[in-house]
Design a protein around this ligand. Structure first.
Ligand SMILES: Cc1cc2nc3c(=O)[nH]c(=O)nc-3n(C[C@H](O)[C@H](O)[C@H](O)COP(=O)(O)O)c2cc1C
Length: 318
């Protein structure tokens, strides 16, 4: 038994998104309509176990309101996964997730993330090192894609043989990046494999889900334990609302501005000068400052602010 077994079915997960799902945004989402499970941004274990640690450790910052929270890690050296897993247990994370799906050039070039689909010997060493580091105290999971160049279910068979607590599948191959619609039928096939190979591994589907209702339908159709949502949160910070959907378009201009102000203030009190560039806030501007007269002009003004103080002043004055 671990905490995953006690989550509702289907459970809804806020997907890991680098430069997006930091502690600040997770707190904002939790304050609007909490997800059942959160992930950190991906953190490089080889960097973490090097003199570069201070730059990366901040990605692991969290508060009691973003719970349960899984730390997502990536890298190349099994010994660094082992050491990091021990540390993550001590830090109080609810689980550890291995990123075996990121398709970006930098990660692929060094043989990490989605490239591990083509290096299963290293993938298994990484999983084992992490599981040993976690020592059964917290669950270990993997987030991956459907394959490298083509859909390749032998990869999921292989992963299911590793006694993972959870397997999250983004329904595209590495080659497809984000360019085609997610293949949910193939996610459903992995779910069927799970029954044969590893009945205790929870299966989470991911890709293009924009509303909770859509996620519920997909979970039912493909018999999935959980649904992970990434970019949909940009369309509606209240996306995880249970029962009657909270529609972002029904919120007033003032409510939207107030929520952005809350986000900016939390950002300012969480991150010291330069710890996180202010431009990362621009990713959210379009979410909050949207759907009312003058929103475009207001965004243009806000996105040129060079400090959180200037941003807050502008948000108060509108
Ligand atoms: C800006 C951005 C950053 C991302 N960073 C990560 C990451 O750190 N780790 C990860 O596993 N996936 C990452 N992803 C992929 C998402 O977790 C998710 O798999 C993908 O966006 C598909 O889901 P969606 O259609 O619900 O957005 C990122 C995606 C985006 C858009």
């Amino acid at each position: 038994m671990n905490f995953l077994d006690n989550l509702p079915r289907p459970f809804f997960v806020l997907a890991p998104m680098d430069d997006v799902t930091d502690t600040v945004f997770r707190q904002v989402v939790a304050g609007c309509a909490p997800a059942d499970l959160y992930f950190t941004e991906f953190v490089n274990v080889d960097g973490l176990q090097s003199p570069g640690r201070p730059n990366l450790i901040k990605k692991l910052k969290f508060t009691d309101s973003e719970q349960p929270l899984i730390a997502q890690i990536w890298g190349m050296k099994p010994e660094n996964f082992h050491k990091t897993a021990q540390e993550l247990v001590e830090m109080g994370f609810a689980g550890i997730d291995l990123n075996f799906g990121c398709p970006q050039k930098n990660e692929i070039k060094c043989g990490a993330c989605a490239a591990l689909m083509n290096n299963r010997d290293l993938a298994v060493e990484i999983i084992k090192a992490t599981q040993e580091g976690a020592a059964g105290k917290i669950p270990v999971s993997v987030k991956t894609r459907l394959g490298f160049a083509e859909v390749d279910l032998s990869w999921h068979e292989f992963l299911l043989e590793q006694k993972l607590n959870m397997l999250s599948i983004h329904g595209r191959t590495k080659r497809e990046m984000s360019k085609v619609p997610a293949h949910w039928d193939d996610i459903g096939k992995v779910r069927q494999l799970r029954d044969k190979i590893s009945p205790k591994t929870l299966i989470v589907g991911n890709g293009d889900v924009m509303t909770r209702e859509q996620g519920e339908k997909l979970a039912k159709k493909h018999n999935l334990d959980g649904i992970m949502i990434g970019r949909g949160i940009f369309q509606n910070p209240f996306l995880f609302c249970k029962g009657r959907p909270c529609k972002w378009e029904d919120y007033s201009k003032q409510q939207k501005i107030d929520l952005y102000k809350k986000h900016v203030e939390l950002f300012a009190s969480t991150w010291q000068e330069g710890e996180r560039p202010i431009v990362t806030l621009n990713k959210f501007c379009k979410t909050y400052i949207n759907g009312f007269d003058g929103a475009k002009e207001m965004r243009e003004e806000l996105m040129h602010c060079s400090s959180t103080a200037e941003l807050t002043t502008k948000l108060i004055s509108v």
